[in-house]
Design a protein around this ligand. Structure first.
Ligand SMILES: [Zn+2]
Length: 219
């Protein structure tokens, strides 16, 4: 069942405080349209009941896809390497081999959903993305701010990402050969065989990839 809570939100336009229903979790089994509401970001839209003003309202949200065995917990701007929520995890304790992730932004949540639906290993994906982002930084001479997975093709033997580079954060698509991903996958299996067995929701993004690479180089 989708979990809905009531919250009082102060309208930045009219200054009135009104109660708002917020969806804090949902699962794809009960709600076939859940993925669409995440991708359209409609669950993060808020509308003032008094004046009709509408804006983005970022709040934590837990996305459950039991069929594909993953949970993605969006906590705005989370920086922790993992989040342990014993109460939440007790609810799902009977489920084995569930990938649990925590993400700091909505785009990262969308990326995890796509990646897990495709059966891609996100540890290896982040290592690949980091390697490809370094190529992009070298080629463009600009800072690469962030990037997201866009496509993987066995046929073309490529994995592609969209990066945002330079001061104006313009979009830059870069592909790499699938070998880069497969090599990363080997490294993950060798170096982090128990990564998935930890308790808690893991924050597997750029920072994780940097730390993992440093640890790998150092050993
Ligand atoms: Zn208002």
């Amino acid at each position: 069942m989708p979990k809905i809570v009531s919250k009082y939100v102060l309208c930045p336009k009219c200054g009135q405080q009104t109660s708002t229903e917020i969806m804090i979790s949902g699962n794809t089994e009960d709600d076939a349209g859940l993925k669409n509401t995440v991708f359209s970001e409609s669950i993060f839209r808020w509308k003032c009941k008094k004046c009709g003003f509408s804006s983005k309202y970022q709040h934590p949200f837990l996305y459950n896809d039991i069929a594909n065995k993953f949970m993605v917990y969006y906590i705005p701007h989370v920086e922790r390497v993992k989040v342990v929520d014993t109460k939440l995890e007790a609810e799902f304790s009977e489920l084995k081999d569930i990938k649990k992730r925590v993400v700091p932004d909505i785009n990262a949540m969308k990326e995890k959903i796509i990646v897990f639906e495709k059966g891609i290993n996100d540890f290896a994906l982040e290592l690949t993305k980091l390697a490809v982002s370094e190529i992009v930084a070298k080629e463009t001479g600009h800072t690469v701010y962030y990037g997201y997975f866009t496509d993987m093709s066995e046929e073309d033997n490529t994995i592609s990402f969209q990066f945002f580079v330079g001061g104006d954060k313009r979009s830059y698509i870069q592909s790499a050969r699938l070998e880069v991903y497969r090599h990363s996958l080997d490294m993950v299996k060798k170096k982090f065989p128990d990564a998935e067995k930890q308790q808690g929701f893991l924050n597997i993004g750029r920072q994780w990839a940097k730390n993992a690479l440093d640890a790998y180089k150092g050993s």
